[in-house]
Design a protein around this ligand. Structure first.
Ligand code: LMR
Length: 331
């Protein structure tokens, strides 16, 4: 009899959904290595969130596409299978918000400070508002610097791009500027890029130094142009239903953890990328090329049609806002 009662108690325990003092689990999925600005930012958020909530929240970080690849992770967030992501804003079209792609316009941000100011100000806020209707809440923007571009031949003049296939991450604006250069862009998940470069499925790609280093792209690309032609930024996003359903005091602590993790990530991004570039150079496995002012102007002229084209893709409103805030001409 006693055995039966014990077995019954055990069964009830096993079936019980969650106890009041079970931690709230936040699964945070992303596609890059731990040793990058985003990877380090996610781990910093975990550390602070668990500390500030006294262990009431447990953050499980899944780096390097170990849980989901690019497109799958966005679907998983909508379904509630993960609670937090930090995709590059170039990947937001499947959420139905193409406006983020305006941030991919070539040479839009003249430097890191211009970028940081824009995202903290009206542009960043306006874009996050667009997410609300999709059941997604934007918590922060994380920086990862500017894109380089590479192939197995030097890319110095616009004509050098002609006929080459380039992997892009998702944005139609990037698709457009690669087409302006007479090359052939192809969307591909981040986790597949190394092998696509290695096997020649694509000839080249664009990315930041920290991603080139940690994914070893530089080992399978003979020539990298340090062009810094477009910016890579992330939006840390959560499922609104999950986020708004958290007890207010817990949410407050998580917001504090996110604010600090954001300051940390944005403060290390530039140095991480400079160090990554130095390591790539020191490896001797690829040749780095730098554009002269005149060469850069030639690229800018060749990519200029993207600005005119962008209106049909992202809409006039976001372009007007960016043009006003950054004091740039849109066509
Ligand atoms: C890419 O797909 O190239 C990037 O968005 C990866 C990342 O998250 O930095």
């Amino acid at each position: 009899m006693r055995k039966l009662i014990l077995a019954g108690v055990a069964a009830v325990f096993m079936m019980a959904p969650a106890f009041a003092d079970d931690p709230i689990v936040i699964k945070f999925s992303h596609v890059v290595a731990n040793d990058t600005p985003k990877g380090k930012g996610a781990l910093k958020f975990k550390e602070l969130a668990e500390k500030y909530t006294n262990g009431k929240v447990k953050v499980e970080v899944y780096p390097n596409s170990s849980l989901y690849k690019d497109k799958e992770e966005i679907e998983a967030l909508q379904l509630g299978s993960v609670q937090m992501l930090a995709p590059s804003t170039a990947k937001f079209a499947p959420l139905g918000v193409k406006e983020f792609e305006a941030l991919d316009l070539p040479w839009l941000f003249k430097d890191d400070d211009t970028y940081a100011k824009a995202m903290k100000g009206p542009i960043g806020k306006w874009l996050f508002k667009k997410l609300e209707a999709k059941g997604i809440t934007g918590l922060a923007y994380w920086d990862n610097g500017f894109h380089m571009v590479s192939a197995n031949r030097p890319l110095i003049k616009p004509a050098d791009f002609e006929g080459l296939k380039f992997r892009i991450s998702g944005s139609k604006i990037a698709d457009r500027y690669f087409r302006d250069l007479e090359s052939i862009p192809q969307i591909m998940a981040f986790s597949e890029v190394y092998s696509a470069l290695q096997t020649g499925v694509v000839d080249g790609c664009e990315n930041t130094p920290s991603n080139y280093l940690t994914q070893k792209f530089y080992e399978v690309q003979k020539d990298i142009t340090v062009s810094y032609h477009a910016h890579l930024q992330y939006a840390v996003i959560v499922n609104s239903k999950f986020w708004n359903g958290l007890p207010a005091d817990i949410r407050g602590e998580l917001e504090k953890a996110m604010d600090e993790a954001t300051d940390y990530t944005n403060s290390i991004a530039r140095k991480e990328n400079e160090d990554a570039l130095a390591s790539i150079k020191a490896s001797g496995k690829t040749t780095l090329h730098y554009l002269t002012d005149d060469e850069r102007k030639q690229w800018q002229t060749a990519m200029q049609p993207t600005y005119k084209w962008a209106k049909g893709r992202v809409g006039q409103e976001v372009l007007d806002l960016i043009s006003k805030e950054l004091d740039v001409k849109m066509n």
